[in-house]
Design a protein around this ligand. Sequence first.
Ligand code: SF4
Length: 318
Amino acid sequence: MRGLFKKALNNEELTKEDGLCLLNIKNGSNKFYELLNTANYLTRNEFNNKGYIFAQIGLNAEPCSVNCKFCSMGKDHYSLDNTWVKDTDTIINESINLTKEGIDDLFLMTTADYDINRFIEIGKKVRNVIPSNTRLVANIGDFDLDTAKELKNVGFTGAYHICRLNEGIDTEVKPETRIKTLDNIVKAGLELYYCVEPIGPEHSYEQIVKEMLRARKYKVGVMAVMRRILIYKNPLEKYGQISALELTKIAAVTRLVSRPHRGMNAHETIPCSLLGGVNQLYAESGANPRDTLSETEKSRGLTPSKIKDLLLDAEYVL
Ligand code: SF4
């Protein structure tokens, strides 16, 4: 095991078997803390102890045809308290206010059925009112290369897109479709943001490590892990949810295997992950697939100032 930590510290690529070996470390054991120590050391040194605040606005709360079993907006089990679509002025004002709070990257998220032309128009307007050094990221359904280029043209710098765990089984999109979009993002020159998600107790370590390696193949700058949040009466409710320690371990292993070059995130925010290589956290407002209140800022979503406090408390530099 110590050889694997050394390998990671020497910047050697970890194999699938290495990743599996690390994921099998017992939570709370001595090795567990050695793992956290290694991931923490890498992040503090390779990222110059820099912490990042990202913020995401969910632009619409509507039943979504992709029908993901883990999402509160899936059309067959919609469980948000309301349906609505934010108007452009509201989105612009929220974007301005978030950037005034010192965020680094702004994500605009929609369900998969949202009109792409409307999204591009909104993105163009948001780009014009936020600082030029704030990265603007699209978190939307699948899209072709022309759309990826158009997103780039209007000022998006990146896209968050994922081949999810159990894609095509717990969702109504094929993994191949997701992978095509990932390729389109990279081909268009957008930065790809990746995540192993939404992790539940039923997912195998094989599945999890596969996504870590996919992220490394795409050379992602910012990597993340996210646990599925238990939603009452959701189709996957029966599986429950992994613990904060388990998520922290998966984040630390992901840090070592995927080798992001700017940031590492664990979501939803758990302070203990900040001891294991996580240096980037999300504020959230509007619709949120892990919430049942459609204005997540009044519920599960954290504000940028709360994120700032957490990162500073962990002695990251903003
Ligand atoms: S996770 Fe996204 S794609 Fe899946 S149902 Fe929810 S909004 Fe639609």
